[in-house]
Design a protein around this ligand. Sequence first.
Ligand code: ADP
Ligand code: 5GP
Length: 220
Amino acid sequence: MKPAKSSPVQIARRGLMLVISSPSGAGKSTIARTLLETDRQIGLSVSVTTRQRRPSEVEAVHYHFKSVREFERLRDSDALLEWAEVHGNFYGTPREPVEQAMAEGRDMLFDIDWQGAQQLQEKMSADVVSIFVLPPTMTELQSRLHRRAEDSEEVIQTRLANSRAEIAHWREYDYVIINDDLNAAFDAVQSIVKAERLRRDRRHGMFDFVRELLEETPSL
Ligand code: ADP
Ligand code: 5GP
């Protein structure tokens, strides 16, 4: 007879690749940061970029800041899983940490644009769960970019001009969230993550669990 189970049953599963995109200023980094602080099962994919560091950003925490030459070297040596030019700068996802996380069944969060989302979807569709974040209005998007107060007026104007082209890709994502109230938007993201972790096709450990379940004969 098997002893009664004292701890919750753990079912082995594949890691999630949670992709979040939005036009600049819609709030995806704020949502991503809150998720990373509250959910210890998920890690951030730290991108490389040729963009200038913002005052609040820390090397290797928010990005690995690189020269164009260094970026091209990484890209040409196949060290990037995906890359794109966004708002006039290069951005890319280092391959090695992602492959390691997936092999270990750990979840990873990607704050990347639609071009990167498409590339990950093509390469690793079974593991990708994608969320697009929309602002409630374009006026609010503009005021959030100003309120963030980390970019020059010229950079803000470029990002606003590009926002309509980014939004045009909303239908390529699994989920779409309107970030009006931040708490509500974050709740929605948490619900998506919770449900996606429970998907049958992700939980390969379920085979062993069900086999053992059916082998068990309850004692009277
Ligand atoms: P993104 O990563 O999409 O470019 P950020 O997360 O940096 O955008 O958010 C842009 C600005 O908007 C930040 O100052 C952030 O605090 C603010 N913000 C994010 N979500 C909301 C919200 N729901 N309501 C009001 N302000 C928000
Ligand atoms: P920001 O300069 O505001 O940090 O980012 C600008 C845009 O680049 C955002 O849409 C962000 O999601 C995207 N981005 C950041 N890192 C990557 C990356 O590694 N790959 C791709 N394709 N886009 C990225």
